[in-house]
Design a protein around this ligand. Structure first.
Ligand SMILES: *Cc1c(COP(=O)(O)O)cnc(C)c1O
Length: 377
């Protein structure tokens, strides 16, 4: 198991990818990837469109290789109706991670992050930048207390605050009225980042379009919304994301580069949103997947030897009871059952033994539950 440990530390604060694991540890078979957070039904939907389009047009893939993709502004223009924002406010990114990097390096000098969090928010900070923290409390299921949070941001003297809702790794969704109050209390900041990469899973009521927090955040000029497509559409490999922000900032960022930062396959993915049928199909697939999430979480709340935190995302943070270590649980799940989960031992701000389990398809979820029960009992 030493090589698994080495592989993990080589990947820094992210898990080694499945491809890397299979290359380095061919003797271990990973049957179920419950580490990577994605909607597997949405991957299949994208894949079926991609396949039928490439069958219908033999030049379809060749053109992606041969031609330049469209420029950032052109893609923003096409995305605007789906995003629900003015095209001038959309910064299209090679994965949300690129948008995070651009915002952190250009519009923040002192960031206040909540812990635990998605690590690039503090890892991308440069030596000239400061990072301070607000700790979420496991005893209250990692809920964000709005008043304590705002006080902490203001006391820190930060010019930038980072909120993720639902949060990764714990899945807590900030209620709308709390978010609105927090943002209105932080109008004096230079930048407030709201990362809504998991908001599709949260089951918020939405009359049309896709689930988003933009209805709230659009009222505040200093707010930047970050959105990854990797998780809810299950397309992390094509690198597609965007951020919605002050149009002057989009213009300034595009003046620094990012001209062809989206590749042809990502552009194709974004173009699917112009097909009314694709959105309908996606909404149907999302509803089915949310049913699977609900069934999974109702079962895991009854497994002995762990505490599964409530979640509004497509994964669940689990705290392991005293007599086991998270490392041991994750390792045994992999070796005995081929189930790969995220050992959160290295997550800053999580004190104790935690694993994060991604929710998959129904048959995979049954095997994840079996593996958990077996390893813990
Ligand atoms: C995964 C993740 C991202 C980055 O997603 P990419 O689009 O794949 O770069 C951003 N924010 C959060 C909270 C994430 O979990």
């Amino acid at each position: 198991m030493d090589r698994f440990g080495e592989l993990s530390s080589d990947s820094g604060s992210h898990s080694p990818s499945l491809v890397t694991m299979r290359q380095s540890l061919p003797e271990i078979s990973v049957d179920i990837d419950a580490c990577y957070l994605s909607n597997p039904l949405a991957t299949d939907l994208f894949w079926s469109h991609f396949n039928s389009d490439s069958l219908n047009d033999p030049q379809f893939i060749k053109r992606m290789f041969e031609a330049y993709p469209s420029q950032n502004r052109d893609i923003a223009e096409k995305l605007a109706p789906m995003v629900g924002a003015d095209p001038g406010r959309i910064f299209v990114a090679n994965g949300a991670t690129e948008a995070i990097q651009a915002i952190v390096h250009n519009y923040a000098s002192h960031m206040h992050v909540t812990l635990p969090t998605f690590s690039p928010y503090y890892e991308f900070a440069q030596p000239w930048q400061r990072v301070t923290t607000f700790h979420l409390d496991p005893a209250s299921d990692f809920a964000l207390d709005p008043e304590r949070y705002v006080q902490s941001v203001l006391d820190s003297g930060a010019d930038t605050a980072v909120l993720i809702s639902p949060n990764n790794p714990n899945g807590y969704l900030i209620p709308d009225e709390h978010l609105e109050w927090i943002l209105s209390s932080l109008r004096s900041l230079r930048t407030v980042i709201v990362d809504e990469s998991f908001v599709h899973f949260a089951g918020r009521r939405q009359s049309s379009g896709l689930p988003t927090l933009l209805g709230i955040t659009n009222q505040f000029e200093n707010v930047t919304v970050v959105k990854s497509m990797s998780k809810d559409f299950g397309v992390a490999g094509i690198r597609a994301g965007y951020a919605v922000m002050d149009p002057a900032r989009v213009t300034e960022l595009l003046g620094k580069g990012y001209l062809w930062n989206i590749n042809g396959i990502a552009e194709y993915f974004f173009s699917l949103f112009a097909r009314p049928r694709f959105l309908d199909e996606y909404r149907r697939v999302l509803a089915v997947y949310r049913g699977q999430i609900d069934r999974f979480t109702s079962i895991t709340s009854n497994i002995g030897g762990l505490f599964a935190y409530p979640t509004s995302a497509n994964f669940q943070l689990m705290q392991i009871a005293a007599d086991h270590s998270a490392d041991m649980v994750a390792t045994l799940m992999l070796i005995r059952h081929g189930v790969y989960v995220r050992n959160c031992g290295d997550k800053i701000g999580l004190d104790g033994e935690f694993i994060r389990v991604a929710i998959r398809t129904e048959p995979e979820n049954e095997r994840i539950v079996e593996a958990l029960s077996d390893v813990l009992n």
